[in-house]
Design a protein around this ligand. Structure first.
Ligand SMILES: NC(=O)c1ccc[n+]([C@@H]2O[C@H](COP(=O)([O-])OP(=O)(O)OC[C@H]3O[C@@H](n4cnc5c(N)ncnc54)[C@H](O)[C@@H]3O)[C@@H](O)[C@H]2O)c1
Length: 350
């Protein structure tokens, strides 16, 4: 299946692909890097990579139980990172933490769409108000810091056209989308007005080892995988919606690449993945790769249907053209690696 507007995944061997994207690895050696949400799925995966690259990594995370933070995510690098259990809503902690950093990967967030509708104030505080406070801390205490913000495809809402490029209207369908949009806009505003060196990446569904599988707060794929590994049937709601999926290592690569390039400052880029699939096809592939399993296609629950965006997949050619980023991992490899991880590690995630 080939869709215009998407960069094709490339299966270049690591070194050649890196050369294609330009060498940026040295940018991190010996450098102080702060990751908010650093014990979560993306933050901890980024931390593993940064430790490999020789960076001096500090993680800040509140470890609120309902969210994706998990100390098991940093197993293997726990002696090579500083962990600061703090809340990004605390401006005093953030003012202290951003000092003397070279890079900030700003990934802390309340990620559940449905929670944002049930408890909109908390989502507002974390995804909007705290983001402004973090940027104020940077402006006052470290204005040359390089910042990358994890934004989301959720801010587009229900697409008018596919694939969705960065010029698509922004019409979030839930409170989380509105607050993430505000968070993104604050980053771009501070870049434009105060000269902060910030970039925003609009992530699509990202999957891989260390994602939350306890419940569907982060992604429905997490629960599917959990139930498959436990030998239980899972539910597919609707089934015909098209989605694209970025493998976590590719998302990490995009974050690192974006922070290392001046061409990305003040800009916003979509991330995509391999060609999109329907949720039903995704479920079938997962069952096949698992060597068995069952799922039932069900009607969307009413409260979720109201905030569902229908089909979505990203046009990620802007980041391909500007920074040379392309997703490298196909869906089969992404799911195979994720399943293998949870077959071994599930007990640490439930
Ligand atoms: N995973 C995806 O598919 C996806 C898609 C689009 C955007 N994003 C964005 O990427 C970022 C990271 O997402 P993730 O998938 O790793 O989710 P995650 O839930 O695993 O990570 C978020 C982390 O932020 C921490 N956190 C939440 N509130 C905090 C607070 N007040 N103070 C300090 N830490 C706090 C959580 O404990 C968690 O460890 C989020 O901002 C999310 O909106 C993720």
């Amino acid at each position: 299946m080939k869709h215009s507007g998407r960069s094709e995944p490339v299966s270049l061997p690591g070194a050649r692909a890196e050369a294609a994207a330009g060498s940026w690895h040295e940018a991190y050696r010996g450098e102080p890097v702060l990751i908010t949400g650093g014990l979560g799925f993306l933050g901890s995966s980024l931390a593993h990579r940064l430790v490999d690259l020789g960076a001096r990594v500090t993680l800040v995370d509140s470890l609120i139980p309902a969210y994706g933070g998990n100390l098991w995510n940093i197993r293997g690098i726990e002696d090579h990172v500083r962990v600061n259990i703090a809340d990004v809503r605390d401006p005093h902690s953030m003012a202290w933490l951003v000092r003397d950093q070279r890079y900030l990967f700003n990934l802390a967030g309340q990620v559940s769409h449905i929670d944002s509708m049930r408890d909109p104030e908390t989502d507002l505080d974390i995804n909007c108000r705290a983001q402004l406070a973090i940027l104020e801390a940077c402006r006052r205490h470290n204005p040359t810091l390089r910042i990358v913000f994890a934004s989301t495809r959720q801010i587009y809402g229900k697409p008018d056209y596919l694939p969705v490029d960065e010029r698509h209207p922004l019409r979030p369908v839930d409170v989380n989308g509105i607050n993430k949009l505000a968070g993104e806009e604050f980053h771009l505003l501070y870049a434009q007005v105060h000269g902060l060196r910030a970039t925003a990446l609009r992530l699509t569904n990202t999957i891989g080892p260390r994602m939350r599988v306890k419940d569907a707060r982060q992604t429905f794929v997490g629960v599917w995988i959990r139930r498959l590994v436990e030998g239980k049937p899972f539910e597919v709601w609707g089934g015909e919606q098209l989605r694209d999926f970025t493998y976590v290592d590719d998302a990490v690569e995009a974050l690192l690449l974006a922070a290392s390039r001046d061409a990305a400052i003040g800009k916003v880029f979509n991330l995509g993945g391999p060609p999109p699939v329907t949720l039903k096809k995704l479920a079938e592939l997962l069952v096949r790769l698992n060597g068995g399993g069952e799922f039932a296609v069900k009607k969307f629950p009413a409260d979720r249907k109201k905030i569902d965006i229908g089909d979505y997949y990203a046009d990620d050619r802007l980041i391909a053209r500007t920074l040379g980023w392309r997703p490298r991992t196909d869906l089969r490899a992404a799911l195979t690696r994720t399943l293998a991880y949870y077959r071994k590690e599930l007990r640490h995630y439930v």
